[in-house]
Write a protein that binds this ligand. Structure first.
Ligand code: PLP
Length: 386
């Protein structure tokens, strides 16, 4: 049975070109980039080249890139650093639909006495600009928002959000984990101070991320000890993964147009096909701007675990929301914040495509879905008359 992988917002396959570029750094160029001998210096040359590729990918300068272990570490570092940098301010603004990497970190500061405002969203997942304007004040130390949502793909107007924050002297962190490789990122002329990236979301390996820190932004490091990363993150560099991350950025830049056309066309084909094939199916975030690869679709009176199980048995991998949520029975905090009714909330599935997705895969999914939903509907606990 061929695997149909439509869970690319959870993680992606490592591109073979990325893998090949990494290989020499395990058994040949294994030196520590901080060592002065030739094998260490060769590793350093590789790390420097990768840093340049990451910087070019987001319109930054190499000195503004700090390699981390993942998107979560980049988010935590940026949030903690911002609040330590502006100790006289005690207000944090974030949104109610953030990934837990941001939400839990901000809520932790609420326990420490900070005022934390979670801006809500409308029924399509759009950022509530009025609530944001009302929440911003001169006590706001940090605005931390995601660029695109991992569950729905809904895109937030991060530049406008950042410009408004600057008028109040706040620092701005953007979680760009779900936009890298999907829509262009350009930090030149941006009002964003820090930006989180994660390699495994765009065909680099797991365990490598980056934090962009705009030149001149006050910074407090989270990992103490060594002076790596220009004294901004202690710890010997994950050299091979950094090399892979650089290559993945180079490829992502080359594939951006393909993402906006080929991948988006496939996602739209899937969306239209499922809406036609399954009466009552509702696309969540359908009136909002979304990343080109993501479709969050709810099937009324069906249970998501049943749908996912049947799909798995057919070799089709999808998700019920974020990878973290899919192991719990809690309703998605994102869909709850959007006010999705409970009859739909329980049957919401996220399909997330990549440049490896094919039309045949999409057509196979459209073909099998009506039967799966019919079977599950007949067993549903929901009273359709209600
Ligand atoms: N932010 C968003 C929006 C995400 O989707 C994820 C992962 O799903 C993260 C942060 C965390 O990234 P990582 O898995 O690299 O820690």
């Amino acid at each position: 049975m061929d695997l149909i992988y439509l869970d690319n917002n959870a993680t992606t396959k490592v591109d073979e070109a990325v893998f090949e570029e990494m290989m020499p750094y395990f058994c040949a160029i294994y030196g520590n980039p901080s060592s002065l001998h030739p094998i260490g210096q060769r590793a350093k040359t590789g790390v420097d080249a990768a840093r340049k590729k990451v910087a070019d990918f987001i319109g930054a300068s190499p000195s503004e890139i700090v390699f981390t272990s993942c998107g979560s570490e980049s988010d935590s570092t940026a949030i903690v650093s911002a609040l330590m940098s502006l100790p006289e301010r005690h207000h944090v603004i974030t949104t109610s639909v953030e990934h837990l990497a941001v939400l839990d970190c901000c809520r932790d500061f609420a326990h420490k006495g900070y005022r934390v405002t979670e801006i809500g969203v409308d029924g399509d997942g759009n950022f509530d600009e009025d609530a944001y304007a009302a929440a911003l004040d001169d006590d706001t130390a940090l605005v931390s928002v995601m660029w695109a949502n991992n569950e729905t793909g809904v895109v937030f107007p991060v530049e406008e959000i950042a410009r408004a924050a600057k008028r109040h002297g706040a620092l701005v962190h953007v979680d760009a984990v779900q936009v890298a490789g999907k829509i262009p990122i350009d930090m030149r002329g941006s009002s964003i101070d820090t930006l989180a990236l994660s390699g495994h979301k765009f065909h680099a390996p797991k365990g490598i991320g980056a934090l962009y820190i705009r030149e001149g932004t006050p910074f407090h490091k989270l990992f103490l000890g060594g002076h790596q990363e220009r004294n901004r993150r202690a710890g010997t560099e994950n050299t091979a993964s950094i090399i892979g991350f650089g290559k993945a950025c180079e490829l992502a830049a080359a594939f951006l147009e393909h993402e906006a056309t080929y991948v988006k066309d496939l996602r739209d084909r899937l969306q239209e096909g499922l809406c036609r094939a399954v009466p009552g199916a509702a696309v969540l975030g359908c009136n909002a701007e979304r990343t080109p690869n993501t479709l969050c679709i709810a099937f009324p009176y069906a249970q998501e675990d049943g749908i996912l199980q049947e799909l798995s048995e057919m070799g089709i991998c999808a998700s019920s929301g974020s990878a973290c949520n899919s192991r719990t029975l809690d309703a998605s905090h994102v869909l709850t914040a959007m006010g999705v009714p409970s009859s739909l909330l329980n049957g919401a599935i996220r399909f997330s495509l990549s440049r490896y997705s094919t039309r045949q895969e999409i057509d196979r999914l459209i073909e099998v879905m009506p039967r799966i939903i019919n079977d599950l509907e007949s067993m549903s606990i929901w009273d359709k008359e209600q």
